[in-house]
Design a protein around this ligand. Structure first.
Ligand SMILES: Nc1ncnc2c1ncn2[C@@H]1O[C@H](COP(=O)(O)OP(=O)(O)OP(=O)(O)O)[C@@H](O)[C@H]1O
Length: 234
């Protein structure tokens, strides 16, 4: 489409096997600033593996991933962790919160690691928890949160540093449909306001409908170009 933004993340011809199990067999996609793309497909079709390759967590056996023109798949680990700390917000499918810290401190931590003073970091963390509907859980530790609450906290933590790319693996997997809609609306709002490029892996067609585009994976191969439904007004 002619009015699509210039891609910020570009993946081409990705091939990746886990041992002898092929996970990606020629996957690719473009992700533009301010754009939300849903990656859908059956269980085992390679969605998480694709997200891990985009985030530089897994390295593809073949193909390439670039971020703002820089090859991600061949970067040294030190530059990769810098990218993940400053430019990428990654939300994993399972448990990534620090059990000893409250929800508020989990979200404040990335800011503090980047040098923000604790009070200011907590203030911003509280705003992001509110945005994702987890403001009331700020004082709770991960063990005291429901799965859905933990997901909201993980999203707030991924977004608090203002990443340019948000990669979220099933961010609504533990939420009911109303809560999923709230979380997706907050993600859409964030992408529109901050210009972040957002990729969401999801099983859920209702969640995918919030995206600007849907990229379907089938047996490790992407079929790009399905346009999803909802017009979202900022
Ligand atoms: N660490 C691993 N070791 C071995 N095989 C793996 C590993 N991770 C994934 N696989 C295999 O690679 C293929 C793709 O898995 P992947 O998790 O990327 O798919 P998915 O579409 O995200 O699945 P789901 O929707 O169930 O999360 C599957 O056949 C899976 O069993």
């Amino acid at each position: 489409m002619s009015n699509r933004p210039e891609p910020l993340v570009v993946a081409r011809d990705l091939v990746k096997a886990h041992g002898r199990t092929p996970a990606l067999r020629g996957a690719g996609l473009d992700l533009g600033a301010g754009e939300i793309v849903a990656v859908t497909g059956p269980s085992g079709s390679g969605k998480s593996t694709l997200l891990h390759c985009l985030a530089g967590i897994a390295s593809p056996d073949e193909g390439s991933v670039t971020y703002a023109g820089e090859r991600v798949d061949t970067l040294p680990e030190r530059r990769l962790s810098e990218l993940r700390r400053t430019e990428f917000g990654v939300v994993f499918q399972f448990g990534q919160l620090i059990p000893e810290l409250t929800a508020l401190d989990n979200v404040a931590l990335p800011l503090m690691l980047a040098g923000t003073a604790r009070g200011a970091a907590q203030e911003r963390a509280a705003d992001w928890l509110e945005r994702f509907g987890a403001g009331e859980q700020r004082g709770l530790r991960p063990g005291e949160l429901s799965g859905g609450q933990a997901q909201r906290v993980a999203l707030a933590r991924a977004l608090v540093t203002g990443p340019r790319v948000v990669l979220a693996d099933e961010p609504t997997g533990a939420l009911d449909s109303l809560a999923s809609e709230q979380v997706m609306a907050a993600l859409v709002r964030t992408a529109r306001e901050t210009g972040a490029a957002v990729l969401v892996v999801t099983h859920d067609a209702q969640v995918a409908a919030y995206a600007d585009r849907e990229v379907r994976l089938q047996d490790g191969v992407t079929q790009d170009g399905v346009t999803a439904g909802l017009e979202v007004h900022a």
